[in-house]
Design a protein around this ligand. Structure first.
Ligand code: FRU
Length: 494
């Protein structure tokens, strides 16, 4: 039965979504109207890929969390479905927080999420109670289970926080369901706990999969766990992270732990810890396995640090990254846009071995919806160049700049002049590696965003932009001689 609260959200969508269509990016998921944050329940269901998200339709600010819903066949074209969950029960009255989804053996669609209930204590403090709940449905309508919550504080290991216990990632293995859930342990820092169940209703605690002991931030939000290229991979989104070199930025960060799980104790032994995305706008990634065996990741293309800043006329806040195919190479996580994007490539313009010595633009190289790869190498064998800059989304007033400095092997992206109405963090610098003396920059632009993939997925960086759409010029500039190859495709929704 659809509750009054869920019906209200669905009626609101019906009434207003049609008016915001013209504001949307072409192929990045938004809520259409209102606020979104984390992707939820990103999983295959009945031959399609479903994506839910943290959602508050009524305002462009975070509010009592609902789950919005879309689905796709190719990760580029999405169909909007009515809101799936509303915080309409006593145990989730303050929000249906993040979680996952899985297809049940009998063909039903199982959602697992965190129900939040805030209680004011005698001393005036508000205490959150976070528990894990399930809802079962047919891909459109979902019924919350009568035995909710199915995991509560009683299941926690000693010292586990009941206030920070959230974001179940659920999957099936053999005849069992497993869930990896974020928590804070006695030392106040992030852990991921594993639970197991034969029916998704009766759960048992299994183990601490990984604990950071204050090394990588505090609460570990939104865990995602999978096997890839012979490794076990855990993605987490730590809060209050301290910066570490240029690899990890402070605040709400994103971390990938690569290693192997010892199946007896269900504990992750780490080989490597790395940032997932170096941009300003990337958080809470989730992954799924496609029919043809690809591990595909999507994330909130935003960060809590910058989430209160957008042009006031836009009626939506928050978008998802482009889904990305993951792989492990040389022990590191690689990511590239899903290959389906290539079906949407239109006109191609390319240039090879163009010598850049000052500021240059190239005929036909411009646009705001494009997939462009720029390969950069020294133009002079005897001396290197000092820096190379790629300017995007440019007019007399605006620009976004990607700067590469070979002497310190970094790329810096600066979006100070990219349409933001307030002063927020706008610059990020991160390490890159040259391969045979070359750096490859793949730039995906879609109206309000720039996603950058370096050296065929060795690193990625995501940025929201609010630059007016007619600022579409591209230019190249360097100090010292640089040779570039440019291959640019317009992206066209068919
Ligand atoms: C991460 C997060 C989750 C929580 C959700 C609430 O961005 O804080 O931990 O479930 O957002 O909207």
């Amino acid at each position: 039965m659809t509750s009054k609260m869920l019906q209200r959200a669905r009626d609101f969508e019906k009434k207003y979504l049609k008016y915001t269509v013209s504001e949307q990016p072409a192929f990045h998921v938004t809520g259409g109207i209102g606020w979104i944050n984390d992707p939820n329940g990103f999983a295959p269901y009945k031959g399609e890929y479903h994506l839910f998200f943290q959602y508050y339709p009524y305002d462009t600010k975070w509010g009592p969390m609902h789950w919005g819903h879309v689905k796709t066949r190719d990760f580029i074209k999405w169909e909007r479905l009515p809101a799936a969950l509303a915080p309409d029960s006593e145990y989730d009255r303050d929000g249906c927080f993040s979680g996952g989804a899985v297809e049940m053996p009998d063909g039903r669609h199982l959602l697992m999420y965190t129900g939040v209930r805030n209680v004011r204590l005698r001393n005036g403090k508000i205490q959150a109670f976070q528990t894990q709940c399930i809802a079962i449905g047919d891909g459109v309508d979902y019924e919350k289970h009568s035995l909710n919550p199915v995991i509560d504080a009683r299941f926690l290991p000693e010292g586990g926080s009941t206030e920070d216990f959230r974001d179940p990632k659920i999957w099936r293995e053999g005849d069992l369901y497993y869930a990896a859930i974020g928590n804070r342990c006695a030392d106040g820092s992030g852990t991921v706990l594993i639970f197991r169940s034969p029916d998704a209703v009766n759960w048992e605690y299994v183990s601490v999969l990984s604990a950071c002991h204050n090394q990588y931030g505090r609460m570990w939000e939104c865990p995602d766990l999978f096997r890839l290229d012979g490794k076990d991979v855990l993605l987490v989104s730590p809060q209050e992270m301290a910066a570490i070199g240029l690899e990890f930025h402070p605040g709400n960060a994103n971390v990938c732990l690569i290693g192997s799980i010892d199946r007896e104790n269900f504990h992750l032994h780490r080989d490597r810890v790395q940032a997932i995305d170096f941009g300003l706008d990337f958080y809470a990634p989730q992954t799924l396995l496609t029919k043809d065996g690809r591990r595909v990741m999507i994330a909130w293309m935003q960060n809590w640090e910058t989430s209160s800043c957008k042009p006031s006329e836009l009626r939506f806040m928050g978008q998802m990254t482009l889904p990305r195919e993951l792989s492990i190479r040389d022990g590191r996580l690689y990511q590239n846009p899903v290959r389906e994007l290539e079906k949407y490539r239109g006109v191609k313009i390319d240039y090879y071995n163009v010598l850049i010595t000052g500021e240059t633009s190239l005929r036909g190289i411009r646009g705001r919806s494009m997939d462009m790869t720029v390969t950069v190498r020294p133009g002079n064998e005897s001396s290197s160049f000092k820096w190379f800059r790629l300017y995007l989304c440019r007019d007399g007033e605006h620009f976004t700049v990607i700067r590469f400095r070979p002497d310190i092997s970094t790329v810096k992206v600066d979006r100070t002049h990219s349409g933001f109405p307030h002063d927020i963090v706008n610059i990020r610098e991160f390490p890159v590696h040259l391969h045979n003396g070359e750096l490859k920059l793949r730039v995906i632009l879609d109206r309000y965003s720039l996603e950058l993939f370096i050296n065929d997925g060795e690193s990625a960086a995501s940025f929201v932009l609010y630059t007016p759409e007619n600022a579409d010029a591209v230019s190249f500039s360097s100090e010292g001689a640089v040779l570039v190859d440019v291959e640019k495709y317009d992206l066209e929704m068919k």
